[in-house]
Design a protein around this ligand. Sequence first.
Ligand SMILES: Nc1ncnc2c1ncn2[C@@H]1O[C@H](COP(=O)(O)OP(=O)(O)OP(=O)(O)O)[C@@H](O)[C@H]1O
Length: 604
Amino acid sequence: MSNTQNQFSSMSESNKFDFSGLKRVVKIGVSYRGLFFSVVIFAILSAIVSSLRPYLVGNSIDQYILLFDQNNNPIAPDLDGLFIFLLILAGILLIEVLLSFSVIYLANKIAQRVIRYLRVRLFDHIIKFKLGYFDRTPNGVLVTRSVSDIETIAEIFNNGILTLMVDSLRIIFIISIMYYMNWMVASVVIIILPLMVIITNLFQKALKKVYQAERTVTAKLNTYVQERLSGMTIVQLFNREEREFEGFKSINKELRTAFLKTNLYFALLFPVVDVVSALAIGLLLWFGGLRTAVHGDVSVGEVMAFISYITMLTQPMRQIADRFNSIQRGLIGADRVFKILDDDQTLPNHGKEILTDVKGKIEFENVFFSYIPDNPVLKGISFQTEPGQTIAIVGATGAGKSTIINLLSRFYDIDSGDIKIDNKSIYSLDISNLRSHIAVVLQDVFLFNSTIYENIILGNEEISLEQVQQAAKEIGIHDFILNLPKGYHSEVSERGASLSVGQRQLISFLRAYVYNPEILVLDEATSSIDTESETLIQNATDKLTKGRTSVVIAHRLATIQQADQIIVMDDGKIVEKGTHQELLDKEGYYHKLYEVQFQSNEYS
Ligand SMILES: Nc1ncnc2c1ncn2[C@@H]1O[C@H](COP(=O)(O)OP(=O)(O)OP(=O)(O)O)[C@@H](O)[C@H]1O
């Protein structure tokens, strides 16, 4: 829902023309100097050449076709001259085509360069953001920003400013040539200009509104479909197919209405443009004809040229609203992208110290932390592990167990207190150095859409397949992987959906083992795991935690009875600490948890 609101609120931004955004985008375009200035020069030349054509045609009529002797009697046309002129005209046409092609091609090239530059910058920027940002921002929004919003920026160049520039230049040249030819006729024809401006303006405003409505409904439809597809299990489980279908149909209807409205405006515009054009031609024929027949100071060729000019003047009117709309759409995209680029959400990395020979002593000293300000999740957590020890964290759901491991890897910064590794505050360490010493196995294992082997080495080509296989043998999962259709080269579909929760965790164990970190963080899978996977996981865990400082979030107390220390958490605080036996003897919170689990296991 927030996604939808976000998209809809952005729609209202489009009411203003964002000049600073335009300046910023154009500046990126201008930075491709050679390309940009070539396109500007070609655009100017294209405007000049195309506006010259009617003038030349008009001249040819007067010089080679409608010829008169001294007594004003028609004489035979100068066919040789006409032929040469036609050759020249063909040459000019060819140049015009080439120029027009160059403008479109180069404008597209600039557009692609600009969006490639922005896409790379945006991805590079987002990938360094702290996790808190991703908690607040739906993935869908970031995907839209990095893909479709950036794409719309291309329109500013493709169909926007450069074409608008050619159109405007052409209008200026046409008016100049008309005045050069005959100022009186030009002044009569020019009467249509204010009419053109008024109609274009009105139309542009009306179209902007319908375009906006169209985009809003499209966004609504996208979100609706995206949400239903993601939540298909719920839709089918709760028999909501019919209701969802009705909802879909109703948004579709809205979209159809919005599209029809846009079409209606276009259907209205074209005849209006034709009427304006006809009006101007009527005026021209009346006035020009009068001057030709009665006063003789306007030639037939000139009248013909003026007719072409009127068509050329009204032509951009048909497209101008579309051009503004393209720029506007591109600017909305640019605004959204720039907002992210200007937002610095990287985790401060001021620590410079590099730990090399890590023993694995971990200390939490009176740590307070909140994801959302003034809403503390950890309230004074203190504990300590000796190198090589296994520490288990237990407690009710929402007690803050996962938060502790998030803080150890510095995914979030604490409010107060300190976290130390080998007596060094993790805030004095370089983040990537810190993380290189910790391997994390989460319950919701993320696997990329590639092979098992690639998911284990994560791009580190130095780790060979043999090494991976050796590691798998050591933690006892080699046979399990070999049993998959293509062994280590089996493809894992998106988010590992083709593997069970337990199997995914096993892959993640192997990933951690191969990287051989000094500290292991393990969040046990809560979902039920089949006995076979469970045995494999238990063996792998034993192997992995051996001789290595390990922090284990345990959901099944049976798995942590050998832990050197167990921390019992409740509501962001540590309520008990000790070994399994010590805690049982205490007959407190842990004892109760143990009894509950023991009983539920008995009945299950
Ligand atoms: N990214 C987040 N943004 C805001 N609040 C969060 C975030 N992650 C967790 N919380 C909140 O912090 C509290 C502690 O969550 P945490 O995940 O650490 O609990 P947990 O003990 O690991 O629970 P579980 O056993 O269910 O995994 C919860 O109230 C949770 O709603």
